[in-house]
Write a protein that binds this ligand. Structure first.
Ligand code: HEM
Length: 321
């Protein structure tokens, strides 16, 4: 990856970046001329997704989305559309005359961009951390695999509808999200003066909630730094914003809208990975454990990528659900 995005190759891709930055500056200068404000977060997101999209596929994000929207619209006319996707649902909403607020094409593109941006990294990194913990805790791994074998068997793949019957897997996911929340800081802006924990917070103040340290608070969690899924067994503690020492998806009005999807993805991906394979740490599968050092980033990545060798556990692998 760094080969691809480094040195000469990066120079080669310069015109696309240059072009996009020019358009961005042009857009800003127009706003300046008109004396209008700019919502920078959205505009910068547009800039970066256009750059990335052009670098990787020679099309601006906007043009790419336009093509995809047009394909969807064509299929909708001919009623040949297959299973619904989010874009189809958003197009349904945008065509609904009875809606109080009209969803524009721009809104649709922005929503899809948000979803792509917020939904991919977080879910992937969560699975990576959870698997790393399991590799380092063979007894917990063994218990999780036994639960899956008992509930699902060996002739079909674990699926979403199995999750309610896999309480130990659920406890593992909660425990991993407690120690490794992929959005370690959440932001809030106070709309009025308030007092939190004895501190006065004036209105219009940006505050950061440190989800990472809430999950490790020794006054709340017993042996907080240990990976112990058992702490959740038989407890009504969940991760959906009701327990303020466990907020991997945030809480309140701005709670992560992808919580359910994210949780489904993590459980099923992790479940299937350990159902079908044993995981040996290291490039040659010869390491006793994997390191758990955290990297730098908004989504709490690992410092070093998790590299391990999958060894088939079920032969044949039951690809059917
Ligand atoms: C393990 C997976 C995920 C984690 C840990 C996670 C975590 C979070 C957190 C902590 C927030 C901020 C919430 C707050 O401020 O209270 C957030 C926001 C958001 N998440 Fe997720 N997320 C995950 C998966 C997803 C998925 C799969 C999607 C979409 C498909 C998604 C879409 C979003 C969006 C659009 C926001 C912004 C919401 C807003 O600003 O109102 N997330 N996420």
């Amino acid at each position: 990856m760094s080969e691809l995005l480094y040195g000469k190759k990066l120079d080669y891709l310069y015109p696309a970046r240059h072009n996009e930055i020019n358009s961005f500056i042009r857009y800003l200068s127009q706003k300046a001329k008109d004396g209008k404000y700019v919502v920078l977060e959205g505009e910068l997101m547009k800039l970066t997704s256009n750059v990335i999209s052009r670098l990787s596929m020679s099309k601006r994000y906007d043009a790419l989305m336009e093509m995809i929207i047009m394909e969807h619209e064509e299929a909708r006319k001919q009623e040949t559309r297959e299973a619904k996707d989010l874009l189809n649902i958003l197009l349904d909403i945008s065509e609904d005359e009875s809606m109080e607020i009209k969803l524009t094409r721009e809104n649709i593109k922005a929503l899809i961009r948000d979803i792509l941006g917020a939904g991919t990294d977080t879910s992937a990194i969560s699975v990576e951390w959870a698997l790393a913990e399991l590799i380092n805790h063979p007894n917990i791994m063994k218990k999780a695999v036994e639960e899956i074998d008992q509930v699902v068997g060996k002739n079909r793949l674990v699926q979403e509808s199995d999750i309610p019957d896999l309480p130990y897997l659920q406890a593992i996911v909660k425990e991993s999200l407690r120690l490794h929340p992929t959005a370690p800081m959440i932001l809030r802006l106070s709309t009025q003066d308030c007092t939190v924990g004895g501190y006065h917070i004036p209105s219009n103040t940006t505050t950061l909630v440190n989800v990472w340290s809430l999950g490790r608070d020794p006054t709340v969690w017993e042996r907080p730094l240990e990976f112990m899924p058992e702490r959740f067994e038989g407890k009504p503690l969940d991760v959906r914003g009701q327990h303020f020492n466990l907020l991997p998806f945030g809480s309140g009005r701005r709670i992560c809208p992808g919580t359910s999807l994210g949780l489904l993805m993590i459980h099923v991906t992790l479940g299937a990975m350990i159902q079908c394979f044993e995981w040996k740490a290291g490039e040659h599968g010869n390491l006793a454990r994997v390191d758990m050092e955290e990297g730098v980033g908004i989504t709490l990545p690992r410092a070093n990528p998790l590299i391990c060798v999958p060894v088939v556990r079920l032969d044949p692998i039951p690809f059917q659900l």
